[in-house]
Ligand binder design. Structure first.
Ligand SMILES: [Zn+2]
Length: 242
């Protein structure tokens, strides 16, 4: 299997556009056409998505980047996230809400309220409307959930999940077959392609554990720097260790 690298990603999308696919989004894709939705869920980091966002923009491809509004992995209001989000938007991509519904799966009112609240948080962070939602690690009961969510379309509505093909690189591999092998591609109908940029921008492609360990090491270094910047005894300790 081809390793997950940015070059391989470009080859994959170019192969699909070469077969007649048009890059679409959640608002204009038609399940019956050769429309290709490029979806990215940012589970660990916003910044690691930037190389992918840039390379897509270089090719004229527009994608939707889904961001967690409440996550232990990153904040959406930190200076680093704000800058990364404005770069993604500046490259012409859409930013949507990546929503962890695990606490609300059996309570539709609570689900609506929480999704609306998180969308408002993200709208405040990016300064523009959030029009699209994707569930983070959705419960079985939410796959094919047909109503919009807090007035917004979401990626597991039947239109995007059953009426069109759906292919994902979850856990760092094509566990359910490659996009090219998907029946929708043979049938020349629409495809929602979910990729997680962290797997495609790694120094150790194909090794999810090493990729996440490297991510952790980088985050620890950032945290140490931030602590040193804000606390003199820690800064002196770091300086004397060098
Ligand atoms: Zn996710």
């Amino acid at each position: 299997m081809t390793a997950f690298t940015l070059d391989a990603y470009c080859d994959l999308i170019a192969d699909l556009t070469g077969k007649g696919y048009r890059i679409a989004d959640f608002h204009d894709a038609d399940p019956k056409r050769q429309d290709l939705i490029l979806r990215h869920d940012l589970d660990f980091s916003i910044r690691t998505a930037l190389p992918m966002a840039r390379i897509e923009a270089d090719h004229g491809w527009k994608a939707t980047y889904f961001v967690l509004a409440r996550s232990p992995m990153y904040g959406i209001h930190t200076p680093d996230s704000s800058e990364a989000l404005s770069q993604i938007l500046g490259l012409g991509h859409e930013v949507g809400l990546h929503f962890d519904a695990s606490n609300y799966a059996n309570d539709r009112d609570a689900l609506e309220t929480a999704a609306g609240r998180e969308a408002a948080l993200l709208e405040d962070a990016i300064g523009k409307p959030v029009r699209t939602v994707s569930f983070h690690r959705p419960a079985e009961s939410l796959l094919g959930y047909d109503a919009p969510l807090a007035g917004r379309v979401h990626a597991y509505q039947p239109r995007y999940f059953r009426e069109m093909g759906y292919c994902s690189d979850s856990r760092g591999a094509w566990h359910h077959g490659t996009p090219q092998d998907h029946p929708a591609v043979a049938a020349r109908t629409a495809l929602q392609l979910l990729t997680h940029p962290i797997w495609w921008t790694s120094e150790t492609p194909g090794d999810p554990v090493a990729t996440l360990d490297a991510f952790r090491t980088g985050r620890d270094r950032q945290l140490a720097q931030a602590i040193a910047d804000n606390c003199e005894p820690y800064r002196n300790r770091v300086d004397s260790a060098e």
